[in-house]
Design a protein around this ligand. Structure first.
Ligand SMILES: Cc1cc2nc3c(=O)[nH]c(=O)nc-3n(C[C@H](O)[C@H](O)[C@H](O)COP(=O)(O)O)c2cc1C
Length: 188
């Protein structure tokens, strides 16, 4: 076995590609975000790590709400565009068709799953804020369901593989097994 040291800024392949929605200067704004994770089960709590310089942060700090939207591969070009264009320079408020739930967080109709959240806490790191949010509601477009359950193939989510200098988007492959079940077949 030969283990070599990797650039420590490497993001492993399981990063989901998401779009953070916020209200900044009274208008919807969106940015691509791959540093996103679930943190707690009940209440459902999430985190998004957002650069201190991003326009998005001004709105999240002021309004204390945001959304996490999961794009399918169908809108990958739009997703990349809003990840390389700041709301300070380009008005992204009309870029997507939107809907709203109980909070003022703007959500994207064309995304598969949408979560509206209220901010619970913001942790300051040297160049990123860890924005911790409690989910208020989670939505899925019914066209992505099979037998009432989210269907990964239909959703066709986008994964991010963040090798420094060569970042890329990937789709998911085939289902391998049922989680929390396969291990029961294990015999020493
Ligand atoms: C694939 C991809 C992933 C990104 N992930 C993050 C992230 O996790 N955190 C972050 O702060 N910025 C991330 N960005 C950068 C922001 O999306 C980008 O700087 C955006 O223009 C900020 O928009 P705003 O200034 O309107 O808030 C990512 C961009 C791309 C293309």
């Amino acid at each position: 076995m030969t283990k070599i040291k990797l650039d420590q800024r490497f993001s492993p392949y399981q990063m989901p590609t998401t779009i953070i929605g916020s209200i900044v200067d009274e208008k919807p704004n969106f940015m691509t975000c791959t540093w996103v994770s679930r943190l707690n089960r009940t209440p459902p709590t999430w985190m998004a790590s957002i650069n201190v310089k991003h326009y998005t942060m001004e709105g999240i700090r002021k309004n204390r709400i945001f959304s996490i939207n999961f794009p399918s591969a169908d809108i990958i070009k739009e997703t990349d565009y809003i990840g390389i264009t700041s709301g300070r320079i380009y008005d992204k408020s009309k870029f997507f068709e939107l809907f709203y739930g109980e909070t003022k967080a703007p959500m994207i109709k064309d995304c598969t799953i949408n979560i509206e959240l209220s901010v619970k806490d913001i942790i300051e790191l040297p160049d990123h804020f860890i924005v911790i949010g409690t989910a208020v509601n989670t939505y899925i477009d019914e066209k992505y369901l099979t037998d009432g359950k989210p269907d990964v193939k239909k959703m066709n989510p986008v994964l991010y593989f963040g090798i420094e200098g060569h970042p890329s988007y990937w789709s998911v492959g085939d289902k391998l097994a049922d989680a929390f079940k396969l291990g029961k077949e294990y015999k020493k």
